[in-house]
Write a protein that binds this ligand. Structure first.
Ligand SMILES: [Zn+2]
Length: 215
């Protein structure tokens, strides 16, 4: 389902609960940025949304992923030069070691590092948020107060920490960091989109009250 979140920002919300795929997001600004394109065999869902906007995959300038799990990253393999690809260095090495040759990884053109990242007229804050995977990052776009939280935090929930490389204490610390941000939109890797500052703040409070004791 294609949703316009706000100016220049679209969500491809995954609504088939029988399959595991993530929400993908498009920033359509001076450069086109696709975040978490999802599983390769399920990419048709994103492609259809792009077509609705009059776009094709070859018109995407940069693909970014929040972490190295295939349900977020795999479709990055479908993009060819000159589309660039970036993920964190930590997750790149982590996934390479974990999966070996069983899982093909696209070669990053650059790595996502903690701090500011400018792509065209869009500047993100890249925030290291380990816990779900060792190299998970969240992307915060201050100009829209939009937080792309990957699998760190969801509406009413948190990312799994029982998978390889997971850590409950690290996830708790990561959530503590991102809950301080001034976010009007919580755009997480799975589940619905949360819009409105109060909604986002309420969700973080729920997560803190309910989930922190398990981490
Ligand atoms: Zn994941």
């Amino acid at each position: 389902m294609l949703v316009k979140v706000c100016d220049n920002l679209y969500a491809f919300v995954w609504d088939d609960y029988t399959q595991n795929n993530c929400n993908a997001f498009l920033i359509d600004s001076s450069r086109r940025i696709l975040i978490d394109p999802g599983h390769a065999h399920l990419f048709g869902h994103v492609q259809k949304g792009l077509e609705t906007l009059g776009l094709t995959p070859s018109m995407i300038d940069v693909v970014l992923v929040t972490h190295g799990h295939p349900d977020h990253l795999e479709s990055a393999l479908l993009f060819k030069d000159p589309t660039q690809f970036a993920m964190s260095l930590t997750d790149y090495h982590f996934i390479l070691e974990l999966a070996g040759s069983a899982y093909k990884l696209p070669e990053p053109d650059f790595f996502l590092r903690e701090g500011d990242l400018a792509i065209g007229d869009v500047t993100f804050e890249v925030i290291d948020t380990p816990g779900h995977t060792p190299g998970s990052v969240c992307l915060y776009w201050p100009a829209r107060r939009a937080l792309f939280s990957g699998d760190v935090v969801f509406p009413q929930g948190i990312g799994r920490t029982d998978l390889p490389g997971g850590s409950g204490p690290a996830l708790k610390e990561s959530i503590r960091r991102i809950m301080k941000l001034d976010a009007d939109y919580l755009l997480s890797g799975h589940g619905e989109i949360l819009a409105g500052r109060d909604e986002v703040a309420r969700n973080f409070r729920t997560v803190e009250d309910y989930w922190f004791k398990y981490l």
